[in-house]
Design a protein around this ligand. Structure first.
Ligand code: CMX
Length: 435
């Protein structure tokens, strides 16, 4: 039976003529237009990226390789007695578009075990940083420090071959995904658990071993599997995916590229919103002495936040126009496993009041919750209460999607990115304000 790399090679060979044909025969066909609002306003909706890994429909939400989140969770092989699939099988699925069988999945599980050791020099880099450094800074620095081991960089130095460039990219991507949970767990235990570390357990898959190294009991292993899968990819235009893709387009390797993407994820309007949600809720809880606010009281907290010029973290989205299915899958998890949790009750009350308030305020195009509105509740419930670590968890998951994407970028020979900028005067001339 073909290994994942062989299978991916076959998929790439079959796909390349499609991209080549589109470029050669239809390169001049228009697939969209750019307005002034888009050029000045963050490029919303400009169709200028192509990926087959995931697609985000504004009303339906994300599909990975054509499957919704519930379909993915249903289709992929799961460890015995667990509710959520192996992350390793999901990696196979994102790369190839095929659902792996049990044997194919377990091959990846074993491959990841061989790759997952975190080099001592990465530990040294982390330990040299001031202990109060934000964990996302540590995480990104650890990824960047591993660049010295890049197989792609070595391949480039030894004579670059465009058709084969995806192979070392795939190797770097696989090494990174296998190592990231151990890096994240090291940062967590060093910062928040008395610098006492737990060695990897060779009997466990990625999700199980992550829970083990974090020191969090079952069912945190399933939480980790669910969390990493749902956060993996959100098509290519979001900041972390686009930054990773952009940096990779300069033939930078996976380490440089992912580190750049993680730096974007660390922004409060993007992945850091998950820590902001919990921080905001804790603030409300302490003002209420732990009591659940009534709807009227909650409305006042929300309006106070808006009136002070802040956004409501966990609400709104640049593409989505309905409740995020990643929010819903986590909500379903909460309803099943922690229906009486007080923070879940807060999050549910927010869901009752925020959309109407944002509509009344009339600014946000999407008044509905996104993935970050719900994720901290689950982490807190299972003992991970240091909310400035939450974006690192998002980063471990996001790496899976963006690394699958840049492997395919190399396979299809996507060129260096270089959009064109104009001056304000040129735009004024284009709209007829100036001659
Ligand atoms: N609370 C208050 N105001 C909001 C808002 C929210 N949750 N969401 C959007 N708005 C405001 C915007 O700040 C903007 O205001 P100005 O006109 O004064 O600049 C206006 O509504 C229009 O924004 P938009 O077109 O609806 O949204 P954008 O595409 O510009 O931004 C996003 C999208 C996610 C950055 C924004 O909704 C936001 O800031 N949300 C809160 C932060 C958050 O949850 N981020 C996580 C998103 C998911 C992820 O990437 O992890």
């Amino acid at each position: 039976m073909a290994t994942l790399k062989e299978k991916l090679g076959e998929k790439i060979e079959a796909h390349r003529p499609r991209t080549t044909r589109l470029l050669k025969e239809y390169g001049n066909v228009k697939i969209g237009e750019v307005t002034v609002e888009q050029a000045i306003g963050g490029m919303r909706g400009i169709k200028s990226l192509v990926t087959d890994i995931s697609y985000l429909d504004p009303n339906e939400g994300i599909r990975f390789r054509g499957k919704t989140i519930p379909e993915v969770m249903e289709a992929l092989p799961k460890p015995a007695g667990k509710d959520y699939p192996y992350v390793e099988g999901f990696w196979y699925f994102l790369l190839t578009g095929d659902v792996p069988n049990e044997k194919e999945t377990l091959e990846i599980v074993e491959d990841f075990k061989k790759r997952r050791g975190v080099p001592q020099y990465v530990i040294d880099v982390l330990r040299a940083m001031p202990r109060d450094t934000h964990p996302m800074t540590m995480f990104s620095a650890a990824v960047l420090s591993m660049q010295r081991d890049s197989k792609f960089a070595k391949f480039y130095d030894e004579g670059f071959n465009k058709m084969k460039a995806w192979c070392p990219m795939f190797e770097d991507a696989t090494d990174l995904i296998a190592k990231l949970p151990g890096v994240a767990a090291y940062i967590y235990r060093m910062k928040y658990r008395g610098d006492v570390h737990i060695p990897a357990d060779d009997s466990l898959d990625l999700g199980g071993n992550f829970a083990h190294m974090m020191g969090l009991p079952e069912p945190y292993d399933d939480v980790a599997r669910m969390y990493f899968i749902i956060h993996s990819d959100h098509e290519s235009g979001n900041v972390s995916a686009h930054a990773t893709h952009l940096v990779a387009s300069a033939l930078s390797d996976a380490y440089y590229s992912l580190s750049a993407g993680l730096n974007g994820l660390a922004g409060p309007l993007h992945g850091l919103a998950n820590q902001e949600v919990l921080k905001w809720i804790q603030g409300v809880m302490s003002q209420m002495d732990g009591k659940l606010p009534s709807e009227e009281e909650m409305k006042k907290f929300v309006w106070d936040t808006l009136n002070s010029g802040q956004v409501i973290p966990g609400y709104g989205h640049a593409v989505l126009r309905k409740t995020d299915p990643r929010y819903m899958s986590q909500r379903e998890f909460c309803l099943k496993h922690l229906p009486d949790d007080p923070i879940f009750a807060f999050v549910s009350r927010l869901y009752d009041v925020v959309p109407d308030i944002l509509r009344e305020q009339g600014k946000a195009k999407n008044p509905w919750p996104n993935v970050d509105a719900q994720s901290g509740v689950i982490q807190w419930y299972y003992g991970l209460k240091e909310y400035d670590f939450y974006t690192v968890l998002f980063g471990v998951g996001r790496a899976i999607g963006v690394l699958a994407n840049i492997t395919w970028d190399r396979a299809l020979g996507y060129p260096i990115e270089r959009p064109k900028s104009l001056t304000t005067e040129m735009v004024e001339e284009a709209v007829g304000l100036k001659k």
